[in-house]
Design a protein around this ligand. Structure first.
Ligand code: PEP
Ligand code: MN
Length: 348
C-alpha cells in the first residue's frame, strides 16, 4: 500500500508514519515526488492494516497498490523517475547515449575507444570487465585489472562508466570503480545478485532477461529497489523468438507498455539485440521512436580483432553517423539531445 501525505504534513508527522509502519512489521520507503510526498509500504499481505495509518496526523490517504511490484509501479509514483549518472540523465525527456566496447580488452584499446566516443558526444562509457560468455573457453574479461582501466578512462574523458557485475561477492569491489552497475540478461533473475547490488544503493542498468516478460522484469527491478537503490534504468536488449535473421528480436513494444506500468526509464541496446552492425542504426531509431530514454551501443575501432562481439560493434564513423541522425530526429520528436560536456583532464 501507499501512504499519501498531506502537503502540509510536518517532519514529525512523516517520522511518526514511518515508525508506525515499522511497528506493524513492514518497511517504509519514502518516495520523493514533485507533486506529493508518498511513503510506500512493503511487506504487508493485504491492506487491512491501513486503519492504523489512516488516522495519523498528516496522512491524506492510504491506497492499495494492486501490482505485485510496488516501488517500480506507476501507481506508487505517477511521474517519471529521472536517473542521473554524472552528466547523463535518463527519464527527463532526453536521449542518453552510452557507448564503448563490449569488453575491456586492454588499456590501450579501451582508452582509445573511450576517447573517440567522448569526442563524438557520448554521455557515458560502457565496457565489460567480467564477461558472461556462453562458452567457458571464450575470453572471460580482465576482471579487476579491467575495472582499473575503466576508472582511468573515466579520469581521462570525464565520462561516467557502466560495467556489468556477474557475481554478488564481486559487487562491492566493482562499485568502487564505476558509476553505474549493469545486471546482464543472463542474471536478471539472479535474486541474490539483485539483493546485493540493490543494497549498494548505486544506479543500476537492469537488462531484461532474454525470455523475461515485462512483469518479471519489473519484479527484478523491485528486488533492486526494495533493497536500497531507487536509481534503476531498464534496458531492452532483444528477446528470444523463432526469428533467425538476428541474434535476438528487439521488442520495441515493451517500451510503451513499460511506460504505462512503471515510472522507471528504459533504454534500448540495439547492438546485442541484432548482433549485426548494419542493423544497429535502424534499431536505434526504432527504439527512440518508440520512446526509449536512451541507447547503449557497442563501439570498436578494430572490430575484426575484437575479443567479444566484433560483428555488432559500430565503427567510430558509424557512431558519428548515428549521433548526427539523432541530432536531427530527437528534437523532431519533441525530445532533447544534450551535447555531452565531457571534460578532458588538464595536462599537469
Ligand atoms: C553486455 O551488454 O555486455 C552484455 C553482455 O549484454 P547482455 O547481458 O544483454 O547479453
Ligand atoms: Mn557483448
Amino acid at each position: 500500500m501507499l501512504v499519501i501525505m498531506d502537503p502540509r504534513a510536518t517532519e514529525a508527522d512523516i517520522q511518526r508514519v514511518k515508525e508506525r509502519i515499522q511497528e506493524l512489521g513492514y518497511t517504509a520507503h519514502p518516495i520523493p515526488g514533485a507533486s506529493r510526498l508518498a511513503i510506500g509500504v512493503t511487506g504487508n499481505q493485504g491492506i487491512e492494516d491501513r486503519i492504523y495509518l489512516e488516522g495519523l496526523p498528516g496522512v491524506q490517504q492510504v491506497i492499495p497498490v494492486t501490482k505485485p511490484y510496488k516501488l517500480a509501479s506507476r501507481e506508487t509514483r505517477p511521474e517519471n523517475s529521472v536517473v542521473k549518472v554524472g552528466e547523463a540523465s535518463f527519464g527527463d525527456g532526453s536521449v542518453a547515449m552510452i557507448a564503448g566496447p563490449c569488453a575491456v580488452e586492454s588499456r590501450d584499446q579501451t582508452l582509445r575507444i573511450a576517447e573517440r566516443v567522448a569526442e563524438l558526444g557520448a554521455h557515458m562509457l560502457r565496457g565489460g570487465a567480467y564477461k558472461p560468455r556462453t562458452s567457458p573457453y571464450a575470453f572471460q574479461g580482465l576482471g579487476e585489472a579491467g575495472l582499473e582501466i575503466l576508472a582511468e578512462a573515466r579520469e581521462q574523458t570525464g565520462l561516467p562508466v557502466v560495467t556489468e557485475v556477474v557475481d554478488a561477492s564481486q559487487a562491492p569491489v566493482v562499485a568502487q570503480y564505476v558509476d553505474m552497475l549493469q545486471i546482464g540478461t543472463r542474471n536478471m533473475q539472479n535474486f541474490e545478485l539483485l539483493k546485493e547490488v540493490g543494497r549498494l544503493g548505486m544506479p543500476v542498468l537492469l537488462k531484461r532477461g532474454m525470455s523475461a516478460t515485462l512483469d518479471e522484469t519489473l519484479m527484478s527491478a523491485e528486488y533492486l529497489m526494495s533493497h536500497g537503490t531507487h536509481a534503476v534504468v531498464i534496458c531492452e536488449r532483444g528477446v528470444r523468438t523463432f526469428a533467425s535473421h538476428a541474434r535476438s528480436t528487439l521488442d520495441v513494444s515493451v517500451i510503451p507498455a513499460l511506460k504505462r506500468l512503471s515510472h522507471l526509464p528504459i533504454i534500448v541496446d540495439p547492438s546485442h539485440a541484432s548482433g549485426n552492425r548494419t542493423s544497429v542504426i535502424p534499431l536505434a531509431m526504432a527504439g527512440v521512436g518508440a520512446g526509449a530514454d536512451g541507447l547503449m551501443v557497442d563501439v570498436h575501432d578494430d572490430p575484426e580483432h575484437a575479443l567479444v562481439d566484433g560483428p555488432q560493434a559500430l565503427l567510430p564513423e558509424d557512431f558519428r553517423e548515428l549521433m548526427a541522425l539523432l541530432g536531427k530526429v530527437v528534437p523532431a520528436l519533441g525530445r532533447t539531445f544534450p551535447v555531452a560536456r565531457a571534460k578532458k583532464q588538464e595536462a599537469h
